[in-house]
Ligand binder design. Sequence first.
Ligand SMILES: [Zn+2]
Ligand SMILES: [Zn+2]
Length: 368
Amino acid sequence: MNPCRLSRARKLGGRVMRSTHFTVVLAIFGSAWILASCATKGSTAAAPPMPARITVLYDAFGKDATMTKDWGYAALVEINGKRILFDTGDDPAILAKNVKAKGVDLTRLDFVVLSHRHSDHIGGFSFLLSLNPQVRIYAPKENFGVFGSDLPSKFYRKDESLPPEMRYYGGAPPEIMKFGTAFPGASIQLIDKTTEVVPGVTLIALVSDAPGTKELKELSLAINTPDGIVLVVACSHPGVEAIVAEAVKINPHIHFIAGGFHLLVAQDPAIEKVAAALHDNYKVDYIAAGHCTGEPTFAALQKVFGDRYLYAGLGTTLDVGANPRAESDRNAANVLEEGDLLGYRTLLAKSDDLKDGGAEAARLAQIR
Ligand SMILES: [Zn+2]
Ligand SMILES: [Zn+2]
């Protein structure tokens, strides 16, 4: 019997057995103990469980009519007691609308990750900063990048035979030369190499080698949980397999991957190779692809992962705990519905993600 019901039964029983003093005392003490234990249980149940979820705040496909679809990516990651905003999408007004639609409070964040310099990931930044100007931001360290940088002045050759007015800094440069950021006032911390920024939360820093994005540095978010690594990728310009290869160094069990895989114009054999690597080699439990993953890749991943492929359109909240399939939005019969598909293609055609070598690849793909 449920101890809380038992306690009510004992209270009634206590009234009947008033004749025996000992029984009454026993009943009172027993009831008090059980009531106390029920109260404790009640307060434990009342405490909100720590969420382990990812909410997609910016993408070009989705089913939530209160939100605006646009090319780009942003997600709120709530996990291990942390609230992390991963990227800010392409447009501050659209980010503002989508954040409001989901009731997300961007003033309460542990930190923000700006994955890479592309506008469809950092364009909404001014909206974030207007709400939360002090928030800690991690961004990739690049030479002369939009996030700011510095270099020792000894990097350039000097010529002491020149008059001072022909020399940089009149011939007396500062030891460290600082270069500005497109986000003045923001508290940006630059990440040069893979770094555990708080216990269990690692930013994987890799550099792209793909045509069009050579030398672009990108950060991916890897969170070590009791269920394995939850990995959030932005555009995967360095290659999603390369990112996963880094993540397994933290924990060989990859539980969940969300975000963009940048296989928009990839041909079927390349797509199948990636899907097989994630499923067969890395044995990724769950996949929730979005953004620049690409339509044929959505289909291929859904085929390979089956039930463990989770629909991740704009507005979806993905449970990333022990059983994501049961808790997440499961209306994933069609990866993209007809109208959605049209919108995704229109937004893609206008996006930066086709400019980095993709447009040329798309043209060549059509010729073949
Ligand atoms: Zn990108
Ligand atoms: Zn992108």
